[in-house]
Design a protein around this ligand. Structure first.
Ligand code: GUN
Ligand code: FE
Length: 420
């Protein structure tokens, strides 16, 4: 029975985007990290087990951030008057070069990990930098902390400063080294990460696609984020019909599990390619606003059944807490709705679903509390004035809108308590 974990409290999650599932004063039981069930009255067989009684607190799934840059964390909230390509050149690339220095990488990644975990994101798809040493340091830090993450060495062989690009052969060597070292890890795993098509030669993309196929590894990148970027891709890949094809033709677009950030300007051909290849899209609302990139047509994609998750896109986005991205996704959708009343705004249930169960699918059965799902949970404590007066749904909405790490009093991944 030592593999059992039983938590008691007000359990709330989204099995579907339409509604919250709520179990007041109930028990959630997991065995070896997987959920066995939720019970209002604890079954006989568990009666003698230890119960963590969280009383009137909320028990919710942990957040899943499908797109962020660990290396950019200390840069949050800087250069925010710039658009994507200038922001990369004037701020981001200069910072990323320093992650080849082990001591700096150690300090900066520790500070990133502290904040990510504090704020309740315990599954994430992460860009490190092009430095193999720096990326290895990030793997080690997150492995020690016990959270789930896909971590990518950021591959680029052109159109960025010399200090952060490597030759194709160097890149493949470093990427392979990290794959071999971490491919059998349970929680921190490698992901093939071409930064974006403009900083990757066709030959590099081809080799990265072969690596993804050979090791059956997932892929992450950026796509259709900014209009100047899209024009640039057209000029760099003149024979390619659209931006998505630059990845697709190199086996980096759904041939293995793939997640693409932004996707604001997908044309109809690209939407079809996304759907045919089951590519997951990531909505990064803060980043879209800060860099004035545009607004992802989330409702249109959802209506077409395209899978979408949420991303903070640190440091295009300035806040690492994913509940803040949920709020911004609702707010952006309301702006669209004000201008075009036919476009229904996103509901709180929908954005919670995007940031938990929908994004969680990229990691397998995570992000929900259904049977067989990973026991990844946050315990939320709110003020007595609130908890004594409002419904569980209202209390969760308030936490999403106004809460922070002061309200998160415990965290679990696969049934294990996570220290902060
Ligand atoms: N496109 C290429 N690199 C980046 C990055 O670091 N951040 C964002 N938001 N977009 C990118
Ligand atoms: Fe990004």
């Amino acid at each position: 029975m030592e593999n059992l974990l039983i938590l008691k409290g007000n359990i709330i999650f989204t099995q579907t985007p339409e509604e919250f599932k709520v179990y007041k004063d109930s028990y959630i039981v997991s065995n070896k990290g997987k959920i066995e069930g939720i019970y209002n009255i604890l079954p006989e067989k568990y009666q003698n087990c230890l119960i963590k009684d969280y009383r009137n607190r909320l028990i919710i799934p942990t957040f899943v951030d499908l797109h962020l840059h660990a290396s950019q964390f200390i840069q949050c909230g800087m250069g925010m008057n710039k658009k994507l390509l200038d922001w990369l050149n004037d701020y981001t690339f200069k910072l990323e070069k320093d992650f080849s220095k082990a001591q700096f990488a150690q300090e900066a990644y520790n500070s990133f990990a502290d904040e990510l975990i504090k704020r309740g994101t315990l599954r994430a798809c992460i860009f490190a930098t092009s430095s193999t040493i720096g990326t290895e340091i990030l793997f080690e830090i997150l492995k020690k902390r016990g959270i789930g993450a896909y971590i990518g060495k950021v591959d680029m062989d052109r159109n960025a400063p010399e200090s952060i690009i490597e030759s194709k052969d160097q890149l493949i060597k470093g990427t392979k080294y990290l794959i071999e070292k971490y491919k059998n890890e349970k929680l921190v795993k490698p992901i093939i990460t071409p930064r974006f098509a403009p900083t990757c030669s066709d030959e590099l993309l081809k080799e990265l696609g072969s690596l993804a196929n050979k090791y059956d590894l997932p892929v992450q990148s950026h796509l259709d984020e900014n209009l100047d970027e899209i024009k640039w891709v057209q000029s760099l890949f003149p024979k390619t019909k659209n931006y998505s094809q630059a990845y697709y033709l190199n086996d980096l677009f759904g041939q293995t599990k793939t997640v693409m950030a932004h996707c604001i300007y997908l044309n109809e051909d690209e939407i079809n390619l996304v759907r045919e290849n089951n590519v997951m899209l990531v909505h990064c609302p803060d980043s879209n606003i800060n860099l004035r990139s545009g607004i992802m047509p989330v409702r249109k994609y959802l209506d077409l059944g395209v899978p979408i998750g949420l991303g903070s896109d640190i440091a295009g986005g300035h806040r690492i807490a994913l509940n803040e991205s949920m709020v911004r996704a609702v707010q952006l959708s309301k702006i669209l709705n004000i201008n075009s009343p036919g476009i229904k705004p996103l509901s709180i249930q929908e954005v919670f679903y995007l940031g938990t169960k929908s994004g969680g699918k990229f990691f397998g059965n995570t992000g929900s509390f259904e049977k067989g799902y990973s026991m990844d949970a946050l315990i939320i404590e709110d003020d007595k004035l609130i908890s004594g007066r409002y419904s569980i749904e209202d209390r969760l909405e308030k936490f999403i809108y106004t809460g922070d790490d002061r309200n998160i009093c415990a965290r679990y991944v696969e049934g294990k308590y996570i220290e902060i």
